[in-house]
Ligand binder design. Structure first.
Ligand code: CP
Ligand code: NVA
Length: 309
């Protein structure tokens, strides 16, 4: 059966754990190599990854391109605006054609239903490179980053501040699969989709929601935030004002565990969701987190193409 990666649950907890372990091994095996050199075993030699972008991207685009190169394959980058998809060719027909020409498809788009439709009609793996609903590839990199920095995931305490968005949905999903706890501090009207918390809670994770940033961060191992205005959302002053009490500041970080780490998927807006002294400070793991997109995306590709888990 074709293995699609639309959400973390498509892989499951054991496979996500295997992705993290494989990423750690592959990363250390190529430490100090030039970034374009192919891994010794070239597991995806002769494979072509098609990437479809209906939204902007720096990290997802570059990391998947570098990931498939390091695994021995090659990529095609398709901006939807310059393909027939941008002129109204259906997602279904695009999926059928790309499946005949390429070995896997990564797509970044708005409506999650488009990724589901792509997976329904594709006969090769489809990977969600971000939708309005979720961002699972980012969270494999986040999990890898915190594990690398010595945090044991089961039972760890994560605090999310700000908007209840796509990145948060995938963190909540990961919490259910890997048994960690998430305290969410968001303003009224910006809560995450409750179905993610319900699913994670049913798997044993503790997911709680508060209006109080200090309450969410108290004693946390990991503090994480994201832009207050995601791609495709209107830049509303009203929303920015509602978010201000959830800005990650040094005073807020001081209430987390002394060794707590700060994560942000980037791009960041210093002075909005996080102050410069936090994101550029000693507790911030953002550059490891960004680099780890490559190592994590290699694991996702290996899993989807049947080499892992
Ligand atoms: N974090 C992330 O997905 O970044 P890009 O939007 O640059 O791909
Ligand atoms: N929540 C952000 C994440 C960007 C990587 C967005 O969807 O724009």
């Amino acid at each position: 059966m074709t293995k699609h990666f639309l959400n973390l649950a498509d892989a499951g907890g054991d496979a996500v754990a295997a992705m993290i372990a494989d990423a750690i091994d592959r990363k250390s095996a190529r430490a100090a190599w030039p970034k374009g050199r192919v891994d010794a075993d070239a597991p995806l030699a002769d494979h072509v990854l098609a990437m479809v972008f209906e939204k902007n991207s720096t990290r997802t685009r570059v990391s998947f391109d570098m990931a498939i190169r390091q695994l021995g394959g090659t990529s095609l980058i398709l901006d939807a605006a310059t393909t027939q998809l941008g002129r109204g060719e259906t997602v279904a027909d695009t999926a059928r054609v790309l499946s005949r020409m390429c070995d896997a498809i990564m797509i970044r788009t708005d409506d999650h239903a488009k990724v589901e439709e792509m997976a329904h009609y594709a006969t090769v793996p489809v990977i969600n490179g971000l939708t309005d609903l979720s961002h699972p590839c980012q969270i494999v990199a986040d999990l890898l980053t915190v594990v690398e920095h010595g945090v044991a995931l089961p039972g760890s305490q994560w605090a999310w501040l700000g908007d209840g968005n796509n990145v948060l949905h995938s963190i909540i999903e990961a919490a259910g699969l890997l048994k960690f706890d998430v305290r969410i501090a968001v303003p009224q009207g910006y809560e995450p989709d409750p179905s993610f918390a319900a699913a994670a809670q049913a798997m044993g994770a503790r997911i709680s929601l508060t209006r109080n940033a200090l309450e969410a961060v108290a004693g946390a191992d990991i503090v994480v935030t994201d832009t207050w205005i995601s791609m495709g959302q209107a830049h509303a002053e009203e929303k920015l004002a509602a978010m201000m009490p959830y800005q990650v500041t040094p005073a807020l970080m001081a209430t987390a565990k002394p060794q707590a780490k700060f994560l942000h998927c980037l791009p960041a807006h210093r002075g909005e969701e996080v102050t410069a002294d936090v994101i550029d400070g000693p507790q911030s793991l953002i550059w490891d987190e960004a680099e780890n997109r490559i190592h994590a995306q290699k694991s996702v590709l290996l899993w989807a193409l049947g080499h892992l888990g």
